[in-house]
Design a protein. Sequence first.
Length: 476
Amino acid sequence: MALVDPKTGHDGVTLDLDDGEILRLLEAWLPSRRWYPAKGVDVVLSCTARIPMPSDAQGGRQPFIAIVRARREGAGGVDVTLQVPLVLEQEGADPAARPAGPVVDPSALVGTTSAGRLYDGAQHPAFWSAWLDAATWAEEDRPARQPYDFTGAHILSVEQSNSSVLLPRVAGGTMLKILRTLAPGDNPDVVVPLALTRAGWHGVPTPYAWHELTIDDPEGSWRAHAGVLAELVPDATDGFELACSLAADGRPFNGPARELGTQVAQMHSALRRAFVDEVRDVDPAWLLDALRRRVRSASSASAAVRERATEIEAFLAHMSSVTDDAVRQGRPLPPVQRIHGDLHLGQALYSPQTGWRILDFEGEPLRPLRERTRPDLGERDVTGMLRSFDYAAAVGHAGSTEWARAARRAFLEGYNGYLTVPGALGFGQRPSLADRVLILDSFELDKALYEVVYEERNRPDWTHIPLAAIDRILGR
Ligand SMILES: Nc1ncnc2c1ncn2[C@@H]1O[C@H](COP(=O)(O)OP(=O)(O)O)[C@@H](O)[C@H]1O
Ligand SMILES: O=P(O)(O)O[C@H]1O[C@H](CO)[C@@H](O[C@H]2O[C@H](CO)[C@@H](O)[C@H](O)[C@H]2O)[C@H](O)[C@H]1O
């Protein structure tokens, strides 16, 4: 396969490597990646497309993207399309012709092929450099062309569903996020922060550039956002780390939780302005349908959820009768709107200079992309954050249930306090207190069901954390 540089149109390096050889290496390598979404599932992998990246001045290093489909049919089936950036270093690659920055870490080696060594592109300067060349830039932020300065650059080793690369010397300090699961169309992680900053809300890191792919595979030709480069939040601490360390020291998280509550309310207000066409009234029965769908998918994936089927059914029946009452008595739900969709403490960064910044608008990575951007109640995000206080108390060994309860109260005070600022939000009518408690409970159950499946696949030792919440909500 001869690769053609998409930017310059001239012939690139010939990649004398067939898909079978790449796949054999990926089959062994992918399941050990933190971001691989089909861990523990016996899937069939296929390489559906290969996309060349600009390869000027890489001295025998050819960056490209393998599009890999992971499929398994039937109950608990999986069908995901993954972005796997790779770099093929041919024998005799010129050591001098590489961007300034780190030497490629040996852990980045995916394997050795007949055409040379194959590296994880997310950990390779030749891919970073190609990405920056291929990206679309928002304004005139584009840094000088190659060679880029990759001093201090490295991939983050945090628990995450995508891959993030810290580039301290690119465009004044940036974070490159390589999206791992691709779906046709716009990705909310690109378009939402762009819309928010354009609407004048700066509670997100400013996006500078993004990368879009056109994929020609057996399904046809489709386009997808594949990555985004954003401003680096200075001296940032992840909200989850901060909360866990305070819990471990027996110190409260109430002050930061209150400020975070206010920031989340402001985010909802800005999302409403930025996506005003999505604000609409919904039938309250929709709430129940959404929870039933979650119960079905979590039950099919998890035996622990199936064990609690009787109590879950009783909760659904109770919810159904309260919803009927609300409808009969004319107590409507507030309108739905664009929300974050997977808000938790790990999506909030605290910086002494800038306060809280909110990240990662991709929604829940285990759901199909088209479902993740569905308008919803702001309470969905509120509950996501409440779940996180539970996690932080468990992981930080807070020692008492009061730590999480106090953090929850403070967060809600911050959130609700902002809702009362006259005219600040245009949030319209909020649910009555009793309805709100029910909404929060049912959303918390919904989220904890999601978490059980997520933990069983990714961190089985932590499954007890959401299970305890489910049991609390069900009164088990
Ligand atoms: N702009 C940024 N500035 C500083 N750190 C960031 C930035 N963006 C992401 N991070 C760090 O990277 C982590 C993962 O980013 P995130 O967007 O949540 O990825 P994922 O979707 O894979 O979870 C965050 O928890 C944070 O620690
Ligand atoms: O950040 P991601 O989009 O990758 O979100 C996924 O991974 C999260 C874990 O990093 C997971 O969050 C769960 O664990 C957190 C602690 O690590 C906790 O604070 C959250 O409350 C809990 O939901 C998230 O659910 C998943 O979608």
